[in-house]
Design a protein around this ligand. Structure first.
Ligand SMILES: Cc1cc2nc3c(=O)[nH]c(=O)nc-3n(C[C@H](O)[C@H](O)[C@H](O)COP(=O)(O)OP(=O)(O)OC[C@H]3O[C@@H](n4cnc5c(N)ncnc54)[C@H](O)[C@@H]3O)c2cc1C
Length: 466
């Protein structure tokens, strides 16, 4: 491709860079920052107004201890800026073991706990500043819609990302591209192979045999909650799950069938996880009296929000309606919520089980179980709990080939879009710290490829990248 041209794929050139990162979630953010710090010019394309993806625009906000590299740096910066809030047994004495607690329901009641979260907007602003200060050229409010490709031997090469911006359609030219969309959208537009969410994958056995994606969810925040009053009601009335109040509201026609429906029973593919809300589902965030709540897509709807326009729209419409209904129920029926208000609804419905790229190596549960060693491992060995494998702990490493989609030679995967089976990405690697880590690895590999003048597919990695 002529790198000096003013149009590409018939549209004006908006920008050009060594590394073009599409999507500024934890994976894309860390890839952009690392590639820039490693001496590359970098363009980041993000449809919303700040980086951080599900964890900022989607309000997730869960904060974990630093795991090294950019993740540790971020946690330290968030803490120094005062945007990490930690609840514990002193501030929320009835939280541990409470069935309303999204994360801490399994703890012995009254036990010590620490639940940390970062303020999504403040954290997003901080991440935005970090990218700006490093010299990343970021386009916010810019939607990636397509790629321009050229032949590259037996494969193909991306020459430009096509984006819709306030100024119209434009092309961003680059040498190396990183798919940070969280749903492998670049992989799909480039025609590289993937498996649709919920569709099963080579090397993967779906436990319940049904091709339903793990439901995504829309997160929202309520302020003004008096949790001591909620806990008082739970104890006084012997109603830990609020079942009596839910039954009363349902009988009065105030709760539709898709709110608070039962979990799927048995060790199905969803196990005890992520299939909806048998009851109120919440976690402290940002400060006293403020909680984040989960509104998952009803699992029966089996929505593919990442690749079906009607599904995407239905999820957005219906989850907002359910949030209104839930907020009204809480305010009207549940002691402690009388003065609570909806403060914030996430900018988007997060996808938990989107496209799964099939890369040069598809990382499977067997790889983790067997502790398989890879000559091109780019992570140090990691030991993690696999809750869909009877909570077994496996030590494993990630090969560079799981960052490389098939058929395209200059695209790197990261975050939730790595070449992992749905079980392995969902159980472990899609979490915020690891998305930051794999983003950093992608950024580092991108920079090495640029400096060596080769596409990432030709890069030889034989040691952890940081
Ligand atoms: C509802 C929900 C709850 C979760 N809870 C937890 C949790 O408790 N703890 C945890 O660690 N993890 C949790 N996760 C998982 C975690 O949030 C994701 O796996 C992680 O955010 C993936 O990071 P990513 O960078 O790959 O993608 P994302 O975070 O999805 O970020 C992708 C970014 O790309 C942008 N983008 C996408 N398409 C385009 C486009 N066409 N043009 C421009 N920009 C685009 C998006 O706007 C977004 O900013 C949760 C996920 C969901 C959906």
């Amino acid at each position: 491709m002529d790198d000096t041209c003013s149009t590409a794929a018939g549209v004006p050139v908006l920008a050009r860079a060594d590394v073009v990162v599409i999507g500024g979630g934890p994976g894309g953010f860390a890839a952009a920052l690392r590639a820039r710090r490693d001496g590359c010019s970098v363009v980041l394309i993000e449809q919303f107004d700040m980086p951080g993806g599900v964890h900022t625009s989607g309000l997730q906000g869960a904060a974990n201890p630093g795991v090294g590299g950019i993740h540790t740096e971020l946690m330290e910066r968030f803490a120094a800026a005062g945007c990490i809030y930690t609840a514990d047994e002193r501030s929320l004495p009835d939280w541990a073991g409470n069935p309303l607690s999204h994360y801490d329901y399994y703890l012995p009641p009254g036990s010590p706990f620490k639940r940390s979260s970062f303020n999504p907007d403040r954290a997003g602003n901080l991440m935005l500043r970090l990218l700006d200060d490093a010299g990343v050229q970021s386009f916010y409010g810019a939607a990636f819609v397509d790629v321009a490709l050229e032949p590259a031997g037996t494969e193909r090469r991306i020459t430009a990302a096509i984006v819709e911006t306030a100024g119209g359609r434009g092309a961003v030219l680059g040498r190396v591209f990183v798919d940070g969309t969280g749903t492998a959208e670049v992989v799909a537009r480039a025609g590289a192979p993937f498996v649709r969410g919920g569709g099963g994958q080579p090397g993967t056995v779906r436990h319940d045999g049904e091709p339903r994606p793990i439901p995504g969810g829309l997160l929202w925040i309520m302020t003004g909650i008096d949790f001591a009053r909620v806990a008082g009601y739970q104890k006084r009335e012997g109603d830990p799950t609020l079942a009596k109040l839910i039954a009363a509201a349902r009988a009065a026609g105030d709760i539709p069938e898709h709110l608070y429906r039962p979990r799927l029973a048995g060790p199905g593919v969803y196990g005890d996880h992520y299939i909806g809300h048998p009851t109120v589902d919440m976690s402290p965030i940002s400060g006293p009296g403020t909680f984040i709540l989960w509104q998952n897509v009803p699992y029966e709807w089996a929505l593919h929000m990442d690749d079906d326009a009607e599904h995407a729209s239905r999820a957005r419409r219906e989850l907002r309606k359910l949030i209104d209904v839930e907020a009204a129920f809480l305010g009207r029926y549940v002691p402690g919520f009388e003065d609570a208000q909806v403060a914030h609804v996430g900018r988007y419905v997060g996808v938990r089980d989107g496209r799964h790229p099939i890369g040069e190596h598809l990382f499977t549960l067997d790889d983790a179980r067997s502790g398989r060693r890879f000559p091109d491992a780019v992570t140090a060995p990691m030991t993690k709990t696999f809750f869909w494998d009877a909570y077994a702990r496996h030590t494993f490493e990630v090969p560079y080939r799981s960052f490389l989609p098939r058929t395209v030679d200059n695209l790197l995967l990261t975050g939730a879009s790595l070449s992992f089976t749905f079980e392995t990405i969902f159980m472990v690697m899609r979490n915020f710290p690891w998305c930051i880590q794999t983003g950093e690895i992608a950024g580092c590999a991108a920079a090495m490829a640029v400096h060596q003048g080769i596409p990432p597919k030709q890069l030889r990695c034989t040691a952890p990248l940081f």
